[in-house]
Design a protein around this ligand. Structure first.
Ligand SMILES: Cc1cc2nc3c(=O)[nH]c(=O)nc-3n(C[C@H](O)[C@H](O)[C@H](O)COP(=O)(O)OP(=O)(O)OC[C@H]3O[C@@H](n4cnc5c(N)ncnc54)[C@H](O)[C@@H]3O)c2cc1C
Ligand SMILES: Cc1cc2nc3c(=O)[nH]c(=O)nc-3n(C[C@H](O)[C@H](O)[C@H](O)COP(=O)(O)O)c2cc1C
Length: 772
């Protein structure tokens, strides 16, 4: 075959040499616009897995790369006058120039034709090529020419960055954060040979413009960065090797994915590779790794399927199928890390204490967890745990085990929760006429015995018409209050847990069947009329609600107030106002369900007006020393619905009205919403609201291990973690998870004490057996 690689970056060169090695009869050309041994960029970072892969495919190149590698373990963080360091993070880096030189020399040795200083404008310049590899980087002309076929999805990210280098060798991957009068700048610094380090400076568009960097040439930009980062540079100069870029050398990262990776141009096939096909943000340093792995996969498919012209379509289809999955995985991991750097100035740099800031930085991708940090640097993590516990009022005696973040207490107003685990409100559909019964006593009581710090009952309805189903619990009469008081008294007398009451009104989602019948569907008989912000049903089959009148509002407010009064006298410690999931108060907040033309519809303040009226009325009768939480749907997951930015506005309004906690849930407002599920998928909402609005938050949703909770609490992404389904599977989730991470100090109920040490010993035995 005649194969032409347009672009002699890592992708084009490595693919060229692999194919030549596979079959020397192929004619392979790599066409590069730059001079030989002349390139941009500084250091690139690899993982061990990429190296293993490369070793299998061309041991000689791998060997040369490994010889040139620089290895380092430490991460150092500079912020607000502090310099902090942790170890065990294991990076390897190599200069981009060095890498390309190795690949170029290997190509030449194998007989790949390298053509330099030729700008390719179009694939048709190679009419006799069987296969054209578009390895011409992120601004690929070839991809742009066939954009209709390749369907590129290019998103320009908001931050600005500039790639620089310096002749100073740092012995740690160094992050330096500096505040200017216009905002924060950060430098990502890592060495790649004995004398040189990559020095990437990043900031927001606002700070970039405010400092006039949009009008600065490269020398002016360098002078600015040298002054700002003078301390960490310690006299060293910054350098650019991107003189080919005109004007400002500050770039915006372009996140790219392509719907299709190959195209037949009538004569031969064109296929995208490396940055031309996809990009990964430098926050996780995987661009070069992806380019090399693309090259390996395409060569592997030729080896598997056959390397004749007729095999090309099948090979290209298999290549895309396999690589697209890997690319999405890396891009997802990169996204969290990239977003962290985009919001670091507005969210963390001024508010988190330096210790916690560093923890947040280390866990930014949400792939490195608390226990993962322990494996990397045990003494640093224990020091951090000790610091965190002290901040929560828990001193660790010398030699004593440290209390992990999830088991530290939290004080809200006059109520101190013994730990950060919350049993999330869960409808049980087992009440009769709104009365909680023995089931509720046993259900909630056993979860309190199981170690959670706060146990919420289910959404408790403020009126009979405010129920979701006939089985929902309520608090609209004194008998119900007495039944709840019995449950709360049990929790208080037998456990250290606090009792939470979630008050709600079903609104347009009322009058439906029990959760295990036809959920959200109207009753077979005995339906009651519904009210909501507007006459918008939950789904096509649903009953159409009546838009609330002023009289309706007054009546429902009175119901909330009466229920809150009863809840206070029943002894509940924490009240939560249910403003999520499409129920009555949520229906006011979402523009999808609130189409009102009066002062209760329209902008944020109007949509929040009625929920806030209720909040204030309830706050007046709820004891001052007891906190109130507000549950929000922080994302409607539907076009035109609320987003986390809207939720932050509502959180601010509730904070001003006196809320103590925002419980950050999402969805269930619109029937065919499209949530993006995944581990800890709603935690970013809690993080945003806590650190931008400055109010305590509760994270919820797909949190199911102690490691998750410790990571969230330690990083300051939330103050509490609510777990629902894990508590259905295991009432003693907290006690069991504490044992799994080796915490012996957590108290078990006296009655169950005999079971504790056997449980712990069995876990130790199972762990020993698993590790052989
Ligand atoms: C300025 C810059 C600096 C970077 N520095 C680093 C770094 O220090 N560390 C890191 O990990 N990643 C870095 N990256 C990202 C990393 O380089 C890429 O993810 C990786 O190189 C992708 O490899 P590639 O072969 O697909 O593309 P590239 O490395 O971009 O290679 C594409 C090649 O095609 C050539 N080319 C483009 N168009 C034409 C044309 N029309 N005709 C002929 N030749 C053409 C280019 O000159 C280039 O050599 C940098 C990216 C940029 C843009
Ligand atoms: C059976 C069940 C009933 C629920 N009922 C309620 C409820 O009454 N009020 C509420 O706000 N959320 C309710 N939820 C949502 C949970 O509180 C929680 O937000 C959700 O399940 C995500 O947490 P998880 O991933 O830990 O299960 C319920 C969830 C389940 C599984």
């Amino acid at each position: 075959m005649h194969i032409v690689c347009i672009g002699g970056g890592p992708a084009g060169l490595y693919f060229g040499l692999l194919m030549k090695k596979l079959n020397p009869a192929h004619r392979i050309q790599v066409i590069e616009r730059n001079k030989p041994y002349d390139t941009f960029g500084w250091g690139v970072v690899f993982s061990d897995a990429t190296m293993d892969n490369m070793r299998q495919w061309d041991a000689q190149t791998a060997q040369e790369i490994e010889t040139a590698f620089n290895h380092w373990d430490d991460i150092e963080v500079l912020i607000r006058g502090r310099r902090m360091r942790t170890s065990g993070h294991g990076f390897v880096g190599i200069g981009r120039k060095k890498l390309l030189n190795i690949l170029q020399a290997r190509c030449e040795a194998l007989g790949v034709e390298l053509v330099f200083e030729r700008e390719v404008n179009c694939d048709e310049e190679f009419p006799d090529a069987d296969l054209i590899i578009a390895s011409d980087g992120v601004n690929s002309k070839i991809r742009n020419k066939y954009a209709a076929a390749f369907k590129p999805d290019l998103i320009e990210r908001p931050n600005r960055f500039i790639w620089l280098g310096t002749n100073k060798s740092y012995d740690a991957f160094t992050f330096d954060f500096r505040r200017t009068q216009h905002g924060w700048f950060q430098a990502h610094i890592y060495k790649f040979d004995d004398q040189t380090s990559t020095f990437i400076v990043e900031t927001t568009e606002d700070a970039f413009k405010a400092h006039g960097l949009d009008r600065a040439d490269q020398d002016q930009s360098i002078a600015f960065c040298e002054e700002l980062f003078a301390e960490v540079l310690d006299g060293a100069k910054l350098m650019t090797n991107a003189r080919h870029l005109r004007g400002s050398a500050w770039l915006n990262f372009q996140r790219l994915v392509c719907g299709t990776w190959s195209h037949c141009n009538g004569k031969g096939h064109v296929v995208l590779m490396g940055d031309a096909a996809h990009t990964a943000h430098f926050a996780i340093g995987s661009g070069t790794k992806l380019a090399l792995e693309d090259a390996i996969e395409l060569a592997r498919q030729f080896q598997l399927i056959g390397d004749k012209r007729e095999h090309i379509p099948q090979v290209l289809a298999a290549y895309q199928e396999i690589r697209a999955v890997d690319v999405i995985r890396i891009q997802n991991a990169a996204r969290n890390a990239m977003e962290w750097f985009e919001v670091v100035g507005s969210r963390y740099a001024d508010t988190l204490e330096p210790e916690q800031f560093m923890y947040s930085l280390l866990t930014r991708s949400q792939r490195i967890s608390h226990e993962n940090l322990r494996l990397r640097d045990k003494s640093w993590l224990e020091g951090y745990e000790r610091w965190f516990a002290r901040r929560c009022g828990v001193e660790t005696a010398a030699g004593a085990p440290v209390v992990p973040p999830m088991l530290t207490p939290l004080r809200l107003r006059g109520v101190t929760l013994p730990n950060r685990i919350v049993v999330s409100p869960m409808a049980m559909y087992s009440a009769v006429d709104g009365m909680p019964g023995d089931f509720h006593l046993v259900h909630l009581g056993s979860r309190a015995l199981g170690g959670a710090g706060l146990v919420f009952g289910e959404m408790t309805c403020v009126s009979a018409e405010g129920r979701i189903t006939p089985g929902c619990a309520g608090l609209w009469n004194d008998e119900q209050a007495a039944a709840w008081a019995r449950i709360v008294a049990f929790i208080h007398s037998m456990t250290a847990a606090k009792a939470g009451l979630q008050l709600g009104h079903s609104g347009r989602k009322g009058s439906t069947q029990l959760g295990w019948e036809a959920i959200d569907q109207p009753l077979a008989q005995g339906n009651w009329p519904l009210i909501s912000a507007s006459a918008v049903p939950y789904h096509g089959n649903g009953q159409i609600p009546r838009a609330m009148t002023r009289q309706d509002m007054d009546a429902v407010t009175a119901d909330f107030v009466a229920a809150a009064r009863r809840g206070a006298s029943a002894g509940f410690d924490v009240l939560e106002l249910h403003c999520a999931h499409g129920y009555l108060l949520s229906s006011f907040l979402s523009p999808l369900t609130n189409t009102r033309a009066d002062e209760y519809g329209g902008g944020h303040e109007n949509r929040a007006r009625y929920p806030l009226e209720i909040f204030r009325a309830v706050r007046q009768v709820w004891p001052q020393e007891r906190p109130i939480s507000v549950r929000l749907s922080c994302h409607d997951w539907t076009e035109g619905g609320n987003t986390p930015a809207d939720a932050a506005v509502f959180a601010q309004l509730f904070k001003e009205a006196g809320a103590d906690l925002v419980d950050c849930s999402s969805g269930q407002v619109w029937d065919d919403d499209k949530p993006v599920y995944g581990r800890l998928y709603q935690t970013p909402f809690a993080d945003k609201i806590r650190n931008e609005i400055g109010i305590a938050t509760m994270a919820v949703g797909a949190i199911f291990e102690a490691d998750h909770v410790n990571s969230i609490i330690a990083a300051g992404r939330a103050d509490l973690c609510a777990l629902a389904r894990p508590h259905l599977a295991d009432p003693a989730w907290t006690l069991h998870e504490a044992a799994k991470i080796g915490v012996r100090s957590i108290p078990w109920p006296n009655q169950y004490l005999s079971g504790k040490s056997q449980y712990e010993t069995n876990l130790v035995r199972a762990a020993a057996a698993a590790t052989g």
